[in-house]
Design a protein around this ligand. Structure first.
Ligand code: COA
Length: 430
């Protein structure tokens, strides 16, 4: 029965994107699940559209809808700024909306961000007519559930992944069959600084902990330093190839998790084909919408929850700026605060912000007396717990402003400690 419906909904990319009309709001499937052929066709057909709002988070595709010549056709509203959309946001050709990742589905539901069209990419249907959301459930599934029109690429290369992670063919309005490799995120290069940071973070991870790891070199370095741990679990916004290594080595078992025992719980994934093959039809990995996975109350149910994220700057009070460099919006809040708060509330939980002590090739300290003018505070000084650099660990919770400042100076790069001490004296000892 669903097979007839599937056949009837099959269409060309051109016809599928013709369902978009001027002044509509379109949500694009997230990160490596971006439906590249549909986005490409929409951009090609730009002359048919005026003032179409494009919602996305980590844009891993080309982001051509933000090019200057697209101005009258598309306006991008970034809920997190990715590499391909950063320039447009900072040149005011696109917008950024501050938000916690876990709250995005609510914005779709409560009318703050009414959605006209969801353009997504899913796996081929199973024998019951259910397509899997594959790599990205996050806001993508909630977007389809709130959109007036759902357009889907059914890509043979999309892995079939489990959890609350399926859409039935009957819920899709137009289907385009595709067969091309998914966007991949190459494994990061690890330098000595990242390895040292990884080792310092690993000192805070006890056997039986459940981990959340962000994107990039530091999370990978942390994973590399966890080889001797036992019975780790994963409850994370995302994970990448590094987790597969530790799972196959028997370090990640998920056996000691207090919820979803035996399962890695995640809301989206980015990595190489190795990761995508690992998660395909693998019942040990489950995806749920971000308003479940990143909900601080859900995160807090994981005993010994450890979250590890990174930042741009930390001031001497422990205010963490992770998403902007002064007024320049670099990324977004994403799930950082969701996990900082969730892990702080968890029994035996710890939240770690890990970063190299310097930026700009050693020219700038990331530990500073005050944040750059205009920088957004991502994690507040009330929420912050551990700050880790290659020089050590600063435990800020329950410490006075003065004691925090000293703990942070101790893990700053030695080249900047003298200046930081001068600021310390001016502030606390005059
Ligand atoms: N002063 C000036 N520039 C700085 C700086 C500082 N203190 N710190 C970083 N920068 C610049 C770097 O030079 C680099 O610039 P470039 O792109 O021109 O080379 C840029 O900012 C990014 O810095 P880097 O530390 O290399 O970025 P990263 O890829 O390791 O990502 C964050 C770090 C903080 C941006 C990233 O983790 C993030 O977006 N976090 C917020 C969201 C989050 O935590 N989500 C968690 C769940 S996934």
């Amino acid at each position: 029965m669903w097979r007839n419906e599937y056949q009837a909904k099959l269409t060309s990319v051109g016809e599928a994107v013709a369902k978009i009309k001027s002044n509509m709001r379109v949500v694009i499937g997230h990160a490596c699940s971006e439906p590249a052929k549909l986005v490409e066709a929409m951009v090609q057909e730009k002359s048919n559209f005026k003032n179409v709002e494009i919602i996305h988070m980590v844009a891993m595709g080309k982001g051509e809808y933000t090019n200057p010549e697209m101005r009258e056709h598309f306006r991008h509203n970034a809920l997190f700024v990715g590499g391909s959309t950063r320039k447009a946001v900072n040149e005011n050709r696109a917008d950024y909306t501050p938000c916690f990742f876990y709250e995005i589905p609510r914005l779709f539901r409560d009318g703050s961000l009414d959605i006209d069209v969801a353009m997504i990419q899913v796996s081929e249907p199973d024998e019951h007519g259910f397509c899997s959301y594959g790599l990205s459930n996050d806001y993508t599934k909630p977007a389809t559930e709130n959109a007036k029109v759902v357009i889907a690429e059914v890509n043979k290369c999309m892995p079939r992944t489990f959890g609350d992670n399926f859409i039935h063919v009957s819920k899709i309005d137009a289907i385009v069959e595709t067969n091309y490799p998914l966007i991949e995120l190459p494994r990061p290069q690890l330098g000595d600084v990242e390895k040292k940071i990884g080792e310092n973070c690993a000192k805070l991870v006890e056997d039986g902990s459940t981990l959340q790891l962000g994107i990039g070199a530091i999370p990978d370095a942390v994973l590399l330093s966890l080889k001797d741990k036992k019975d780790l679990g994963i409850h994370s916004e995302m994970f990448s190839d590094g987790v597969v290594d530790l799972y196959e080595a028997g370090v990640i078992t998920n056996d000691k998790k207090s919820i979803h025992k035996g399962k890695m719980v995640v809301t989206f994934m980015m990595g190489t084909r190795r990761l995508y093959d690992f998660i395909d039809n693998n019942p040990s990995v489950e995806l749920y919408p971000v308003d479940y996975v990143n909900n601080p109350m859900v995160i807090a149910k994981n005993n010994k929850m450890v979250s590890i994220n990174s930042c741009i700057e930390v001031d001497m009070m422990g205010q963490v700026s992770s998403e902007s460099i002064g007024l320049r919006q670099f990324s977004g809040t994403g799930g950082q605060v969701d996990y900082v708060r969730g892990s702080s509330m968890a029994e035996g939980g710890k939240s770690i912000i890990a970063m190299p002590s310097t930026a700009k090739g050693g020219k700038a300290s990331r530990i500073v007396p005050v944040l750059k003018s205009g920088s957004a505070v991502t994690t507040s000084r009330n929420d912050v717990h551990y700050i880790v650099t290659e020089y050590g660990i600063a435990d800020l919770r329950g410490k006075t402003l003065k004691d925090r400042a000293m703990a942070l100076i101790k893990i700053a790069h030695p080249d900047f400690r003298e200046d930081l001490l001068k600021s310390f004296e001016e502030r606390f000892e005059k």
